[in-house]
Write a protein that binds this ligand. Sequence first.
Ligand code: ADP
Length: 254
Amino acid sequence: MERIVIKVGSHVLTENGAVARVRLLRLVELIVDLQKNGYEVILVSSGAVAAGYSQLPLDKKIVANRQALAAIGQPLLLKMYQEKFGIFGILCSQVLLSADVFEYPGHIAHAKAAIDTLLENKVVPIINENDTVSIEELVFGDNDRLSAHVAHYFDAELLVILSDINAYYDKDPHKFTDAKQRSIVHEIDEEELQAEHSPNNAFATGGIVTKLQAADFLLKHNRKMFLANGFDLTDVKSFLIQKVHQGGTLFVNG
Ligand code: ADP
């Protein structure tokens, strides 16, 4: 079985400040489809802050408020996932991690044992940062880096990032009309890794740079990353199920 991690960003999962329920259902359908096609899928999901904000609109500019919103929203988000996976008779589970878990081999081993057991039993692990104790990804990154660590340390071949953008371009496509899509990337320059952060949405905190940092980490550890559109899942389905690379960017060692 091929183990993969799918990371879905805030922008894809939210609409008008609340969780985008239809897109969440489409994502669940994709994961069910992937399971049928022999994949073990770990999901890294953002969206807790937005789910909390729909209940209590605190000022999101303040980090402690975002932590509070995540604490309110995380169980609501999981409830939505449970309902949608339930339609297909599939169980899902909540795994909250902080970045420092990956600094301790003992903690990594414990987390991996739990995740292996969930996957053996066809339960989908849904991972998020534990935002009350660790604010790294809440402040900056939107789970891009966390998902790269998850892929590496929990032994997944591939990280799939479902974003508001359909691929990596040679320059920001929202600023330059002549930006060109890159289909395969073997190496990421230092300059690209140091670029300014450019999230495209009030809930997003990463932008393309944190995605490139995630890809760079995975390439250095001999793993792959695929960046594709999270609003329209045609490219990711084609890549993973039909095994045809039509759209999206594959980061892979040459
Ligand atoms: P998400 O919420 O899906 O994680 P972000 O908004 O954080 O996505 O990051 C994706 C955004 O990064 C794009 O919508 C785009 O505005 C911006 N961006 C900047 N440079 C590039 C580039 N070279 N290729 C693709 N996107 C870029």
